[in-house]
Design a protein around this ligand. Structure first.
Ligand code: NAD
Length: 286
């Protein structure tokens, strides 16, 4: 039987989590957004308010619809609030142990039949599903950044994901105004299997002095007709996330061509995580 979605849980109020919460609330779903502390929730909520405000100014959303969407979002710090959600989308840090732990908890809290989705960029859905007693209800729902703007959701089936969970997840993504593609559960899926080695190679080119940050970006932007250069994009995604994805590709595919660039590692060690930390390959006003 086809599931109906009225209430969605979003775990993590960061870049991706607040974007997912925004598109869900705008599509008429009640949203419960949970993070570790009140400050992270407040920051996520402020980002949603700011983003919806911009849509109102551009006359793409009425003030009444903005207010209604905001009224549908509640936040908190306890996952117990997910008990009556029809689906939970996890968007916490890209770290296997953290995600396994979170899914054990979601499995305990969420009602039977609720879909447990992960926004992971690269971690095995099958592995995450193995932390639960309902692997057929677990699926990858990989939104792109920034969620309100990017049209794609990559849907990833774990080995045990049921046909119904897959169909219902695709239907939900379409209700959120997205186009879906389905990927098999291999490291990086489709998008990051192809995108991240390009970004990593751009960092190698920088490390080896092949070009400056600006020249590498302009070369790729104008030379290959991409909307932004790979180093700008890396800052946007988050360098910690880029490194985590490269580690997954390297470990999972076992090929030296996926080795993370040492310079990328150094930036992450320095805490230069890109736009979200104020500094990456470029510097930003916080
Ligand atoms: P982020 O650092 O902006 O946000 C992560 C949030 O999760 C933070 O607010 C943090 O406090 C919270 N968090 C961490 N552990 C938690 C826990 N146990 N319980 C509740 N909250 C917790 O990261 P992001 O860029 O939003 O990435 C989140 C996920 O989305 C990652 O898996 C990432 O790979 C994936 N993703 C990222 C992008 C991107 O471009 N940034 C794109 C697609 C997918």
């Amino acid at each position: 039987m086809t599931r109906e979605f009225h209430r969605i849980g979003v775990l993590g109020a960061g870049q991706m989590g607040n974007g997912i919460a925004q598109v869900a609330a705008t599509a008429g779903l009640d949203v419960v957004m949970i993070d570790l502390d009140e400050a992270a929730c407040a920051k996520g909520l402020a980002t949603i308010e700011h983003s919806l405000g911009r849509l109102v100014r551009k006359e793409r959303l009425s003030e009444a619809d903005r207010d209604a969407a905001l009224a549908r979002v509640t936040t908190g710090t306890s996952m117990e609030a997910f008990a009556d959600c029809d689906i939970v989308v996890e968007a916490v840090v890209e770290n296997l142990e953290v995600k396994l732990d979170v899914f054990r908890t979601l499995d305990r809290i969420c009602k039977p039949g609720a879909i447990l989705a992960t926004n992971t960029s690269s971690i095995s859905i099958t592995h995450i599903a193995g932390a639960t007693n309902r692997p057929d209800d677990v699926i990858g729902m990989h939104f792109m950044n920034p969620v309100p703007i990017m049209k794609l959701v990559e849907v990833i089936r774990g080995l045990a994901t049921s046909d119904a969970t897959h169909a219902d997840t695709c239907a939900l993504a379409e209700r959120l105004g997205k186009t879906t593609v389905t990927a098999a559960d291999y490291p990086g899926f489709i998008v990051n299997r192809i995108l991240m080695p390009m970004i990593n190679e751009a960092v190698y080119a920088l490390m080896e002095g092949v070009g400056t940050v600006e020249d590498i970006d302009v070369a790729m932007k104008l030379g290959t007709n991409q909307p932004m250069g790979p180093l700008t994009l890396a800052d946007f995604i988050g360098l910690d996330t880029c490194l985590a994805i490269m580690e997954v590709l390297h470990d999972g595919l076992g090929d030296a061509k996926y080795r993370p660039c040492p310079l990328l590692r150094n930036y992450v060690l320095a805490g230069w995580h890109g736009r979200k930390s104020g500094r990456g390959f470029y510097t930003y006003d916080k």
